[in-house]
Design a binder for this molecule. Sequence first.
Ligand code: ASP
Length: 416
Amino acid sequence: MNDNVSEKTTISASSTGLIARWQAIPLYARIVIALVLGLLAGLVLGSDAAVLAVPGKLVLRLLGALAPALILAAIVHTFMTTQLGGPLAARLPKLLLLNTLVAILVGLTVANVIQPGEGAGLTPPPSHDETTKAANPLALFLENVPKSLLGPLGDDGKVIGVIFIAVAFGMALRKERERPLGTVGHLVELFLESLIKILHWIIALVPFAVFGIVASIVGTEGFAPFKALGIFVASVLLALAIQAAYYLLRIRVGSWVRPTELLRGGRDALVMAFSTASSTATMPVTYAALKDRVGLREQSASMGALVGANFNNDGTALYEAMAALFIAQMIGMDLNFQQQLMVVLTSIIASVGAAGIPEAGLVTMTMVFTAVGLPVEYIPVLLTVDWFLDRCRTAINVMGDMNVSCLLDGKYKEEA
Ligand code: ASP
């Protein structure tokens, strides 16, 4: 009996040890490992690997459920906490909107010219009816994972969904139960922090989703979709580089700062953005770099790097628009001019609503896809490369904030 207990304890201790070791590996490395294993599994299992697509669908469903609440909390929090007013604040919206529009147009142009998804030959997903007809236990489980946070609390009557949400918030708030809440601001902060905590748990599932997606695609469709994905990554990098060149050119023409000085002074912030994939975490570094190293006035540095940063995610906007076009090309669906215009509008909203945290762009992307009638089932394909592209677009998000600060500082340097 005693032996039995100690055996069980050893097994559970070694499995916790394994989980801890797995979690100690940086996320990007976990995703790369999953990618390689998924590739092998796809080759070995062939079309049997199709069922492995389920974890990807699950992750997507969870991300989609979190999106509206996260956007709501992020925007409410931003408006409650930022200092609005003054002449600089009046110029800010125009600059932000122009930069975001340029970013989306650059993205759409590159995606239309290079057509990275062309020839991938993915089969469009079955219609919803077919999916539900072929209900199996996994599909039924998936049906009960809430599509939105408020849905199960409203009239869709899915009690299991309510339990999912209750458990998630219960766990997220466990450590916060003694935290005093003095003001409405504290309450909003707590809500936002809990959502971000839940988001991190979902992100921890991403490597498993990637494994399943890669295996099921390789098993059922072969390698053509991955060739297309490679071209997509190259196209996004090209578009982000064009956007960076546009920023530097505008700074050269519209401010006293020399582009090379900005790159030299701001490199800590850019490197930090790339390594953390979070423009919010980078905010203080961006601000300090602009004020102390580049030498901008305090107000311009704070207006661009602290206020603007909350709304300004040009890299994200560019990426969302390109991703929508890419997936449309992959499944052979033509987006007409009107639909592309819809992509522009929703990408602007999605980029404003994307909190400056890792993978936020992927969360809000479901919104862009739904608005133009693209099947969200293929967003998981992007999970395989998002860990890398997220870092790149975050660096551009931060560069966008620097650009706005420099332009607000004007053509003449403040005399010391
Ligand atoms: N990670 C990005 C940021 O922090 C947001 C995104 O996912 O696009 O700026």
